[in-house]
Write a protein that binds this ligand. Structure first.
Ligand SMILES: [Mg+2]
Length: 250
């Protein structure tokens, strides 16, 4: 009998399968002239239904939190809770671009121990089963990546304080993977984010040897009754102290 699939491999597989399905739906939608909210809705629903069915079938005793599902809070009584964003960056998906990802994570006693972030636009699934190999830092100015709305205020100030260049992207999963691929050096979001935005990227980043914490340096605890993280840093370890100091000195 084959060995049972590990949680890490299960997360990797279902995130990759959901992302592949979504890439097909996006191609079909764009070819049919469908954009915006109606395409986002198709993607959100299809990926949510697929992930919920897979988790219910193969990990039936675990809790579940999905951006697209109703949260009755039953998960908070469980040690193991799956935290999924079926389509992270749905506006990019609806716009027909590549700035979107699928997030699948498992929190065990509040710790982000298992995760997978699948980014078809980068032809990449990073996971705790197969953590990305973060390349040596390139010989260039550091790059800070942040959300499009954050770029205007916090991002610009932080880039100035760290003498870094600024990049923006609307998907948390893609931003995290750009740090892991070496195209950016730090992803900083100084404000609240939902746990489904954060849990899988943090799990994968930690497995890849990056730092992942709140902007005060505290670790992020998951599967809380109010599923929100106050902030997020994912970065090469040499930048963690600099980011925390810069944000505190504002
Ligand atoms: Mg989403």
């Amino acid at each position: 009998m084959p060995a049972p699939e590990s949680d890490d491999e299960f997360a990797h597989r279902i995130a990759s399968e959901a992302a592949e399905m979504l890439a097909g739906l996006q191609r079909e939608g764009v070819a049919a002239g469908k954009f915006g909210w109606s395409l986002e809705e198709i993607g959100d629903t299809a990926a949510h239904d697929f992930l919920v069915a897979a988790i219910a079938a193969e990990r039936p005793d675990d809790g579940l939190l999905s951006e697209e599902g109703h949260d009755d809070g039953a998960r908070t009584a469980k040690s193991r809770a799956w935290i999924v964003d079926p389509l992270d960056g749905s506006s990019g998906f609806g716009a027909g671009n590549a700035e979107w990802a699928v997030h699948v994570a498992l929190s065990i006693d509040g710790e982000p121990l298992v995760g997978a972030v699948s980014v078809p636009g980068m032809d990449l699934t990073g996971s705790t089963a197969h953590p990305p190999i973060v390349p040596e830092r390139q010989d260039r100015r550091p790059v800070v990546i942040t959300g499009r709305t954050k770029a205007r205020s916090d991002g610009r100030l932080l880039a100035h304080m760290l003498d870094a260049d600024l990049a923006a992207c609307s998907s948390a999963g893609v931003k995290a993977m750009l740090v892991m691929s070496g195209e950016a050096d730090m992803y900083v979001h100084d404000g609240p984010l939902y746990e489904w935005d954060v849990c899988a990227p943090v799990a994968v980043a930690l497995a890849a040897g990056l730092d992942a914490c709140q902007t005060n340096g505290d670790p992020i605890v998951f599967n809380k009754s109010r599923p929100v993280s106050d902030s997020l840093i994912i970065c090469r370890p040499e930048f963690t102290g600099l980011i925390i100091d810069a944000l505190q000195s504002r």
